[in-house]
Every structure is written in structure tokens, then in C-alpha cells.
Design a protein around this ligand. Structure first.
Ligand code: ADP
Ligand code: MG
Length: 256
């Protein structure tokens, strides 16, 4: 497939009048895996939230097109229905709401928007169980309250479950690897790999090269001060691990 799934053009965004994104250009085609790396505060999470439609940010320049259509005026719910999924860096706990109910409400909202059949709890349970198996998750997490008392790895897995359930076209995974030990990291990487298809794209935001040993990106972008200052391939991560961001940032400055 050759069309662009998402096309971000000269995007500038502010929060409380503070400029954060300062000219982002990024194109992702269906099936591509893009990693976004960069130091703390470089704007990675902001980029993720702006794509998902977080209301606190103001777009002051540029455009985001999804399947050829600008989404800047679209609310977060409609973006989600179009297939944009943001997995949070810190998934929230929702006491008093069972995970199965929560997932069914999200699923049915999407079904309704596409005038497809909504599912009753029983039929939904059958469907979700398939996915739970597919990503090797313990089914007991369906009957527990949303993320309540889940470990870091379990919360991240629950995000992946939502991503597959909602059949997202672009999954944005913000530091899905943070706080995970090596086994949990391998486990979540396997789950992510198991749901990837040549139509699903993912944007993996990460600090560490580690996860990119398991989920091999087509491109790695380095952010600094709200811009992408360097784009490389899977090898870039290894170079970063060895020499640090400064090696790339310095090279960019001396090239200018
Ligand atoms: P990253 O995910 O790369 O660590 P973020 O996107 O979270 O970076 O943050 C980018 C920058 O935006 C940081 O310098 C942060 O301090 C700033 N920022 C975030 N929220 C606000 C806010 N409400 N007001 C001012 N600056 C903010
Ligand atoms: Mg962040």
C-alpha cells in the first residue's frame, strides 16, 4: 500500500501559550513501525497527545492528515473511531468499573459509529476472550476493575488489548516499556508483534533502545526541542545506546 496513513506537516503546538512542538514533519504509511526517541522534555508525549486530540494543546501552524483528511477539527472520540489509538504512559485506574464492561462500552461505541452490531455481555465475552488468548493475557483481568492493582506490565498489556479490540490503524505507544523488567518487556513486545499486520501502523515512543530489539522499527526519529532532528533506521538505536543522543545532536548542529 502506498498511500499515507498519517501525514504531519510543519506542525507547531503550544500549551498555555508555551511553544512545545516547533515544526514536526512526519509521514507514516500503513504497516510501518516508527520509533520516536529523544531526551526527556523533547516533546514526544506532546506529539502523541496532539495526534490523539488532547484539548489542552493549541495548534498554531501546520496540519495533521489522517487518510488524506485533516483531523485538526476532530474531537478525540472521532479520531479514535477513525483508528487512532493512544496507549497512555500512565494508564489510569477506574475503581468500580469492571474491565470487561469498560472494554465492551468502548467496543460498542465504535460499532455504533459504523452502524455495526453492538454486542451484549455474553457475546462480547466470547470475542474478548479470543483476543485475550491471542496476546497471552490472563482472562481474570477481564473481571477485575479497570487497571486497579494491575502491575505496570499488566496495565500496558491491557492497553494492547484495547488496541486490538478497537482495531486501531495507528497505535501510539507512549513509553509502553517504561518501568518494565526484562521479562515483562519481552512479553509485551511479543503481544505487540502478534497483533501487527501489514495494515496496522505503530508509533513507539521510547527512551530506551531495548524494546527496539524486539519490535524492529522501519524508522527511528530523534526529537529535540519539539522538532525531529534526525531520522534513521533500526541501526540508529544501537548507535544511540553506544554513543548517546549528543552524538547525533552534535552531528546535526555541525551539519547546519
Ligand atoms: P517528553 O515526552 O519528550 O519527555 P513532553 O512532551 O512531555 O516531553 O514535554 C515537552 C515539554 O513541554 C517539556 O519541556 C514540558 O515541560 C513542557 N510542558 C508540558 N506541559 C506543559 C504545560 N502545561 N505548560 C508548560 N510547559 C509544558
Ligand atoms: Mg513523555
Amino acid at each position: 500500500m502506498n498511500h499515507n496513513l498519517i501525514n504531519i506537516h510543519n506542525l507547531h503546538a503550544t500549551i498555555n501559550n508555551v511553544p512545545i512542538l516547533q515544526g514536526i514533519n512526519l509521514t507514516i504509511k500503513p504497516g510501518e513501525i516508527h520509533a520516536i526517541m529523544g531526551k526527556n522534555g523533547s516533546g514526544k508525549s506532546t506529539l502523541a497527545k496532539v495526534i490523539a486530540g488532547h484539548p489542552s494543546y493549541n495548534i498554531t501552524h501546520g496540519d495533521i492528515q489522517f487518510n488524506g483528511q485533516s483531523i485538526l477539527n476532530m474531537n478525540p472520540e472521532d479520531r479514535a473511531i477513525k483508528g487512532i489509538f493512544l496507549a497512555f504512559q500512565y494508564p489510569i485506574e477506574i475503581p468500580g468499573v469492571s474491565n470487561a464492561d469498560f472494554l465492551r462500552i468502548a467496543y460498542n461505541a465504535k460499532q455504533k459509529a459504523y452502524r455495526q452490531k453492538e454486542l451484549d455481555p455474553l457475546s462480547f465475552f466470547e470475542l474478548i476472550n479470543e483476543y485475550v488468548k491471542k496476546i497471552d493475557m490472563n482472562p481474570q483481568f477481564l473481571s477485575r476493575n479497570v487497571n486497579e492493582g494491575f502491575s505496570g506490565g499488566e496495565k500496558k498489556k491491557n492497553e494492547i488489548l484495547q488496541m486490538i479490540l478497537l482495531d486501531s490503524k495507528l497505535g501510539i505507544l507512549d513509553e509502553i516499556d517504561s518501568g518494565l523488567d526484562i521479562d515483562a518487556l519481552k512479553n509485551i513486545s511479543t503481544s505487540i508483534n502478534s497483533i501487527l499486520t501489514n495494515e496496522k501502523s505503530v508509533m513507539i515512543i521510547t527512551h530506551y533502545q531495548r524494546i527496539l530489539d524486539y519490535i524492529i522499527p522501519n524508522y527511528i526519529h530523534i526529537m529535540e526541542d519539539g522538532k525531529i532532528i534526525y531520522t534513521g533506521n533500526a541501526e540508529t538505536a544501537k548507535q544511540l545506546e553506544k554513543y548517546g543522543y549528543e552524538s547525533i545532536i552534535d552531528k546535526q548542529i555541525s551539519n547546519n
